[in-house]
Design a protein around this ligand. Sequence first.
Ligand code: MRU
Length: 363
Amino acid sequence: MKIDGTPYRSVWVDQQDGWSVRIFDQTRLPWALDIIRLTGVNEAAHAIRSMQVRGAPLIGAVAAYGLCLALRQDASTAAMERDAAMLAQTRPTAVNLRWAIDRMLTRLRNTATGERVRAAYEEAATIADEDAAMCESIGRHGVELIEQAASRTGRRVNVLTHCNAGWLATVDWGTALAPIYMAHERGLDVHVWVDETRPRNQGAALTAFELGKHGVAHTVIADNAGGHLMQRGKVDLVIVGTDRVTRTGDVANKIGTYLKALAAHDNAVPFWVAVPSSTIDWTVSDGVTEIPIEERSGNEVTTVTGRALDGSIATVRITPTSSPAANPAFDVTPARLVTGLVTERGRCAASAPGLLGLFPEQA
Ligand code: MRU
């Protein structure tokens, strides 16, 4: 996607040296467009942990490139297994991390030590290219939902989204935002309600940044506004991304997604989840009990970061210093609250038969 006319992906190999890895520091967006150069596996792990990169597909791709950087330092099997295990620990909920690392290891365990670095960069590039292609395809299958809503209502289509599942969260296009970008490109009148997404404000900071740069009409709302807007008929459909979908269609996503699904259900608003196959965990059936939910620092709740009036980026405390805070980073929306899934192979019900209909090889 483009920023001020320049095309970018959210991770790429430096063209000058041909090996270091470039990312945007997403903790600085939208106030500063800082591009970081990763030169070692520990820097890649730090980028994922500190959420300089975030979003399920992107952390998978960055972990894959992190393994490339690790192999440049030491391509032995022992070091590779150790570094892969370390990368896999960086964040627990998004299954794409494990998926990407497993895929790298499957290739690299069967590759001679001297050939590993070249093979690793090749595999990481394939993972990145495939992610971009999957997201584009999700866009093609998802835009039909917006087209249908437009012809049903005969007016502007209002889509509500939570967190950031745009191109900054993937390698390109995004998952939940891909249908919106395609609708915009096709000239459909689409408007997005952007949940701010406390505590880290990925909606207010990143989704709003992306949509603004792309010229898509949008309005940032407080997280608690969605139910009210649905009651007033101001939301035609909800589209969110996901960090892990079970084989039965339960959906883990950014904290607060479940409440949006409940409100959508109560108001008969379609609730769709955009999911590339790299985000489906075929080993898990019950999302509520089986998906690990990341607990992050309470500091993310007790503070907010923004741009001060003097232009500097500042973090301020918003709670009494003595008040403790809890910060579960994700929640699980049961499949019964999900209207359907949009995958790169098409749309389906959020259920085992629905998913297996599109991915019969997983039966
Ligand atoms: O904590 P984050 O910012 O990594 O959480 C991101 C989300 O919850 C996204 O909705 C999800 O990863 C899907 S990204 C296409």
